[in-house]
Design a protein around this ligand. Structure first.
Ligand code: GLA
Length: 732
């Protein structure tokens, strides 16, 4: 899609009335989509059109005329305008996207466009309300290749008295009413990114997160689709709030038939009070439209993450295969055993060794030690140096776990600074993994944490931080009694950036009890996310698929866990576990000292295979494939369509004798491709010969046209459930 995207965004002065030097419309084009904003001076800023590409000649004024709406009995005599803010002064009876006041007054703002400043790929639109003395600025960016729309809004108090901001959606964006389906992503610990598709009805779909982190239960994103939209066809809109804290996501089906999707930070009472001249900057919405299915929508989000969020140096470097110690040793840190694990990891091809929780202070269990970020002499009498040297001496990078925002009541830090924690005076802390959250918006707390991390990074050859966060902010009150949840997220981003700028060569992984902080907000300040604490490959197939709606494979940490999963108790073969972790940023998280030799060999083969293909997996276009529920299938196709990898997991028994066909979506129909099965390397037909044998797919493979592979597809073999096949397709 993006190869063809050479057309640059054009901001067009559409229909400025003669003699008036102002824009009435701004139009932005990408190859498959178009956005037209109504931005006439003195009127609300609103979306006039956002959808499929329009020919150049189509005029905004025509669209306005075609969109004329009448008043009706029982409602206002005129159709009320929509705006990006949906502020109360517009008079809408159902939904407002903005709520603020000055000591009870000035609550009824109406924002009108005051100035439009066109930019290279968008515009800054400045709206004002002179009555309530507020300014609302929108920074709008529309990517002329991918069509990804990014919006941020900033409210400024121009009045002489403080303004209390209760609620402000970053933007309220209309979608056509044929978008009858809402797809949200919920879940829990070890079940992140669970998709839920519900029918939109004449009411509000509302999701609120008050956990103080991105959360497991409410991923900050929504998709709207037609009833017929699926992975490879149909219209859809996607919205992501790039923010790692409290949020509100809603879809309002107004009684007048219009539909609005709104996303914003959820502000706690009193949390944002603007003194005269002060501003509040909202988190950014990242949104996209697709006329060719949900996978195409995801590819746009992936492109946006790759080009706007990830650091060029991270992108340029092959993603190192990880070994993470957590599920191998938990808190049982023994330097000799860790060295042995490192040696074995290096032997099978691991490139980065990450020492997880348990290396510091009194952290011999999860009841103590958080906050004391110095090496525990109980377990490392000579410090971490010998282990770091051993790891780097084996040619691997060394990574280290921190949970900077938290403190254990049983820690030197808490004993010295009990007042540094968030809480509410007179209210018991909600118990949560025996830890409390620090108020990192306080400069002395942030300084302490920065210096502690900085010292570890300066004293050791550390290339990677796993930055964890393992509790909700149930009572995020500061010392002065004000709510600090929003400030906490801003302080997190500032602290991450401070560490990054002091140590630009260090990569940072965002983890939060698995995948509770895996959003585009944190990815502007980090390099990878930990997708889930479940390493159960069957669950992971679903979790990783859910995460792939927004995030590209190279940022998704995917580990091969123990044969018997510690979370589900389920036993899965090494073949299945390895193939599942293959489709992401691959790592291992199991005790290599107790693995069977045959499994270690297989692990080494899987790592070799991943290394061989990771450049493709981590830069290519993802095609999730539609399939029967017993199968989960996706492919990654090179941007030039010269090769592709397809993963096909059999996740349940099938009532049919044979599964259906695998259609290799995304190839070039005109080219010839060699098809091979590259995993498992020990494939055995259940009752052969299947197409795998007759076509010699485990050997030299077979050659077919892209069109045949895409449209006819391959008749899949019968395979046992909990099998995952990887196919390689290479143009000849
Ligand atoms: C969280 C993380 C795990 C691990 C533990 C350590 O649960 O998600 O990967 O790091 O903390 O306590």
């Amino acid at each position: 899609m993006f190869e063809k995207a050479t057309r640059l965004m054009r901001a067009i002065v559409a229909t400025a009335p003669e003699g008036e030097n102002i824009l009435r419309h701004m139009r932005f084009d990408a190859p498959d989509s178009c956005l037209i904003l109504a931005c006439a001076k003195g009127a609300p800023l609103s979306v006039l059109y956002w959808g499929a590409a329009l020919p150049l000649g189509v005029d905004g004024a025509d669209l306005e005329r075609l969109s004329e709406r009448q008043g009706m009995h029982g409602v206002a005599d005129m159709s009320l305008p929509l705006s990006l803010a949906m502020e109360p002064g517009l008079g809408h009876p159902m939904f407002h996207g903005f709520a603020a006041h000055r000591a009870g007054k000035d609550w009824g703002s109406v924002f009108a466009v005051a100035k439009v400043e066109p930019r290279d790929h968008g515009a800054k639109v400045i709206c004002r309300d002179e009555r309530t003395r507020l300014g609302l600025e929108y920074e709008i960016d529309f990517d002329g290749c991918s069509g990804v729309l990014r919006i941020r809004s900033t409210l400024t108090n121009y009045g002489a008295t403080p303004l209390d901001l209760n609620d402000m959606m970053t933007a309220c964006l209309p979608v056509p009413d044929i978008m009858t389906d809402i797809i949200g992503f919920t879940g829990r610990w070890t079940q992140e990114f669970t998709q839920g598709r519900v029918a939109r009805n004449a009411a509000t779909y509302l999701r609120e997160n008050r956990s103080g982190r991105t959360s497991h239960f409410s991923y900050p994103a929504i998709l709207l689709a037609t009833a017929n939209t699926h992975e490879s066809a149909g219209e859809a809109y996607g919205f992501h709030l790039a923010f790692s804290g409290n949020h509100r996501l809603r879809v309002d089906s107004l009684t007048d038939g219009r539909v609005l999707t709104s996303l914003g930070a959820l502000l706690l009472p009193g949390e944002v009070r603007l003194a005269p001249g002060e501003s509040y900057a909202s988190p950014q919405i990242v949104a996209a439209y697709s006329d060719s299915g949900l996978s195409a929508l995801s590819r746009k989000f992936h492109e946006s993450v790759r080009t706007k969020l990830l650091r060029p140096e991270t992108r340029a470097k092959p993603r190192p295969v990880h070994y993470n110690t957590w599920e191998a040793v938990y808190f049982d840190h023994d330097i000799n055993k860790l060295k042995e694990l490192a040696t074995r990891a290096a032997q099978i091809g691991v490139e980065r060794f990450v020492l997880d929780d348990g290396w510091f202070g009194g952290r011999r269990h999860d009841q103590a030690g958080l906050g004391d970020w110095t090496v525990s002499r109980d377990v490392y009498p000579d410090g971490l140096g010998p282990l770091v040297d051993h790891v780097t001496g084996l040619g691997m990078e060394f990574g280290l776990w921190f949970e900077p925002e938290m403190v254990s009541p049983d820690s030197d830090l808490f004993r010295a600074h009990p007042d540094w924690v968030l809480g509410l005076e007179g209210v018991e802390h909600v118990p949560f993994r025996s830890q409390l959250a620090l108020d990192i918006s306080r400069p002395e707390v942030a300084d302490y944490l920065f210096h502690a991390i900085d010292a570890m990074l300066r004293d050791h050859d550390i290339s990677y931080i796993k930055w964890d966060n393992n509790r909700d902010l149930s009572h995020p009150g500061g010392q002065d009694g004000t709510a600090r949840a929003f400030a906490q997220v801003q302080a997190l981003y500032t602290l991450l950036d401070r560490v990054r700028s002091a140590h630009p060569q260090v990569e940072i992984e965002s983890c939060s009890s698995g995948g509770a902080r895996a959003d585009m907000g944190v990815l502007a300040h980090s390099d990878r996310v930990w997708t889930s604490d479940s390493n159960d490959a069957l669950d992971r197939q679903v979790i990783q698929r859910g995460a792939s709606f927004f995030l590209p494979l190279e940022v998704l940490g995917c580990h091969i866990g123990p044969a018997k999963c510690h979370v589900t108790g389920r036993r899965l073969s090494m073949e299945m576990r390895a193939a599942t972790a293959f489709m992401g940023h691959m790592g291992l998280e199991l005790n290599l000292l107790t693995e069977r030799a045959a499994d270690l060999d297989m692990l080494k083969n899987a790592i070799d295979l991943h290394k061989k293909h990771r450049a493709l997996l981590h830069t290519g276009d993802l095609y999730r494939l539609d399939s029967a529920p017993q199968l989960i299938a996706s492919g990654v196709v090179a941007r030039d369509k010269s090769e592709a990898i397809y993963s096909l997991a059999y996740v349940a028994s099938d009532a049919k004798v044979l599964p259906g066909r695998l259609k290799f979506d995304g190839l070039d129909p005109e080219r010839q491709y060699r098809l091979q099965l590259i995993w498992p390397t020990n494939w055995q037909a259940v009752k052969g010969p299947s197409a795998i044998e007759t076509l010699n797919l485990t050997g030299k493979g077979a050659i077919f046209s892209g069109a045949a592979l895409m449209h006819n597809g391959l008749q899949l073999p019968h395979a046992y459930p909990e099998t995952c096949l990887l196919f390689h397709v290479a143009a000849i």
